[in-house]
Every structure is written in structure tokens, then in C-alpha cells.
Design a protein around this ligand. Structure first.
Ligand code: FES
Length: 138
């Protein structure tokens, strides 16, 4: 095999690998990462692990769910996994929303998309406060 033929074959092989990688990458962008299924857990708000939930604007992560105490003092919970490409969202007090720092998607406190590139909402979970116990459930 001539050197020129060999380099041509290697080039075609590398091109195919690159093409398949790009194809796989594109399919990841159009699918939504899975969110937690049936959820039912209770947080003891006196536990130091959840101390952030004593303060308006504080939030914690539990089982791929972000639980936040909003600037209005309400407890909310949504999937922590961005529906765009799986980034981890954060609660932001400035917009009272969930923000994904990876590409800038923003979600309302009920999980609705406020700003793309995400186009699917975050799964919202119910919360119920009883004394110092916060139940999060679906
Ligand atoms: S992964 Fe969240 S905006 Fe892209």
C-alpha cells in the first residue's frame, strides 16, 4: 500500500469516527435526561445537613432533587437535573428561579422554562411542612 493510499484510508476512518461522535452528541441534545420517578421523603429541618433551608433563598440537593426555601419563605422542590443537557440547577434569589449555569437555562419555581436553551420543564414535586419536618413527594 502506498503512503498516499494509507493516509487517505486513515483520514476516512477518522472522519467516520468524528461524524459518529457528532451524531451521538446531537442525539444527546434532543433527549431529556431522566428525572427521579416516585418520590416521597421527609427532611428534618433541625438537622444541620439541611440548615440552608432555615434561610430564605437557601437550598439543598436530595436524591437529584433541589429543595429550596424561596425569597418568599415558601418551600419548593423540582428535579435538580437540567432538561437541556443534564446540568445541575441552582436556586437564585435575584429572579426567584432555578438557573442552570451550564448554558444559562432558567426555570420558574414550578419548573417551567423561562429561558432556553432548555425547552422541557423540570419535574415539580409537592412539599408539605409540618413543624420541623418537610415532606417532599410526587
Ligand atoms: S445543561 Fe442546562 S442549560 Fe444546558
Amino acid at each position: 500500500m502506498e503512503r498516499k493510499e494509507f493516509l487517505s484510508l486513515v483520514g476516512k476512518g477518522a472522519g467516520s469516527v468524528l461524524f459518529l461522535s457528532l451524531l451521538a452528541s446531537c442525539s444527546k441534545q434532543t433527549s431529556s435526561p431522566s428525572s427521579p420517578g416516585k418520590v416521597d421523603f421527609t427532611l428534618d429541618l433541625t438537622n444541620s445537613q439541611y440548615a440552608a433551608l432555615q434561610t430564605d433563598g437557601g437550598f439543598v440537593y436530595v436524591q437529584n432533587i433541589i429543595v429550596a426555601k424561596t425569597v418568599n419563605g415558601n418551600y419548593v422542590a423540582v428535579s435538580a437535573i437540567c432538561t437541556h443537557q443534564g446540568g445541575i440547577v441552582q436556586y437564585t434569589t435575584s429572579n426567584n428561579s432555578f438557573y442552570c449555569p451550564v448554558h444559562g437555562s432558567d426555570f420558574s419555581i414550578s419548573g417551567a422554562v423561562l429561558q432556553g436553551p432548555a425547552y422541557s420543564p423540570l419535574t415539580q414535586y409537592k412539599t408539605a411542612l409540618s413543624g420541623n419536618s418537610l415532606r417532599v413527594y410526587s
